[in-house]
Design a protein around this ligand. Structure first.
Ligand code: ZN
Length: 448
């Protein structure tokens, strides 16, 4: 997908992640290390095979990219100075920077496999309260350290294996005060934090121009470094992706729609980029897929809920949920909540009112179809300020398929046949939505 490749390149340029693209851009030992990390060595047994005089080409594994592996992690020091160390199979090029409110350190690195204990990062030490890690895009991984207070990055580097020690990534932090913390951010990071989302390439759907079928954007919630909710080792990001793929396939197979997904693998996509994908492609409908979780000891709610956008949440639970879902960008380290107020325009406001009506119509239709196959929440139709629903010109809904914290729901969410039936119900709702739109309302394209 063109947007993805360009996006990756753009982000790489910004974050300085090398990821094996464009060797020679870097310099010094770090660049050499990155090059070493991306070099592919065929395993010894395959070399042996190749040398036995067979005409057979080396096995395909030999040319697959081999990602560095993070094997263990430790945090040392105290509340004044703290050292964060990751043992790696290869040294690599890293880039670390700080973010405020909450205080965080973000470490960008080329795509890395994290073979760490399941509870790694849940509890920190010294200046590090906790940390998380994962893929943020194809070719790029990230570690986010949550800090106990303002801290300065004293050093951040990666070193190759030496003296029987594995390669390592090291970040050393020292406590500082809020003023100087914020000053550092202002100096170093202003350009990146204000990363203009609009700098992403505009995707002109020229190839699609002749295709009049409505374009539907299916948005699997979370991904990459952002796991979403979880229960018993099952992650929301995986549930949403499996479901979204089912939905995409069924929509495509109907022959009535064009479909794109905001992600079709375990990658992180910011909330605003999800919205942007729908807007740039002039989508006729945006469906975001999620799975909720209840905080411990807060009842045993279950069932699916369909949400639309509203300034005022329909109840306290919706407000809580929107807050949780909107944190997705914070989890990846980069908080884009201070985006330009593009929705302030009065013309957009008018379009938005119409979009809102269509969103509500679709949400109603969806609940009507889903109640035949899925168990619904006792108030299945709600609204709140979800940022992913904020395209002013694309009717959008967010579906919480169920609660991963409910045993019964979780069983369904992970069941192939439940997913298939529920996705079919959604396709029926999409059919009903577009047939009413064509028959009774303005033409399909009037959503813009
Ligand atoms: Zn979610």
């Amino acid at each position: 997908m063109a947007i993805r490749a360009a996006q990756v390149l753009f982000l790489l340029a910004l974050t300085g992640v090398s990821a094996g693209l464009g060797h020679g851009l870097g310099f010094g030992p770090a660049a050499q290390a990155a090059e070493d990390a991306s070099r592919v060595a065929p395993p010894a047994d395959q070399l042996a095979l190749a040398n036995e005089g067979n005409t057979a080409k080396p096995a395909p594994e030999a040319v697959l990219p081999k990602f560095p592996v993070a094997q263990s992690v430790r945090v040392g020091g105290d509340g004044r100075k703290t050292r964060f160390v990751v043992d790696l199979t290869d040294s690599l090029q890293i880039h670390a920077f700080t973010l405020a409110d909450p205080y965080r350190v973000v470490i960008d690195l080329p795509q890395t496999m994290f073979h760490l204990p399941r509870d790694a990062g849940k509890k920190g030490h010294g200046l590090i309260r906790a940390f998380r890690y994962g893929l943020v895009m194809q070719g790029g991984s990230r570690i986010v350290l949550d800090l106990t207070g303002p801290a300065r990055i004293e050093s951040a580097y990666s070193m190759p294996s030496a003296n029987g020690q594995p390669a390592r990534l090291v970040v050393e932090l020292a406590a500082t005060n809020r003023d100087s913390y914020l000053r550092t951010i202002a100096q170093d990071n202003r350009a990146r934090i204000a990363r203009p989302v609009q700098a992403l390439p505009m995707v002109h759907a020229t190839a699609d121009a002749a295709d009049e079928r409505p374009l539907i954007v299916v948005d699997p919630g979370h991904g990459g470094i952002d796991d979403g909710t979880q229960s018993g080792g099952i992650l929301e990001k995986d549930i949403t992706l499996s479901f979204a793929k089912q939905l995409r396939d069924k929509l495509v197979n109907s022959g009535r729609y064009r479909v794109i997904m905001t992600r079709d693998n375990d990658t992180y996509v910011t909330l605003s980029d999800r919205v942007k994908i729908a807007r740039d492609r002039q989508a006729a409908l945006f469906i975001s897929v999620h799975a909720d979780a209840l905080p411990p000891r807060e009842g045993d709610a279950r069932g699916a809920t369909v949400y639309t956008l509203s300034d005022r949440a329909s109840d306290a639970e919706s407000a809580r949920l929107a807050e949780v879902e909107n944190k997705a960008d914070l989890i990846s380290g980069v908080d884009l909540s201070s985006e330009s107020g593009e929705v302030a325009d009065i013309l957009i406001d008018l379009v938005q009112r119409e979009t809102k009506t269509f969103s509500n119509i679709f949400a109603h239709t969806l609940v009507g179809e889903m109640k035949h196959t899925a168990r619904l929440h006792h108030h299945p139709l709600k609204s709140a300020g979800f940022r992913v629903l904020k395209a002013p010109d694309v009717p959008s809904v967010l579906v919480e398929l169920g609660y991963v914290t409910s045993k019964d729901d979780l069983k369904q969410l992970t069941s192939e046949s439940w997913r298939s039936h529920t996705a079919e119900a959604m396709v029926d709702a999409v059919d009903a939505f577009f047939s009413t739109k064509v028959a009774g309302g303005p033409p399909v394209t009037a959503a813009r």
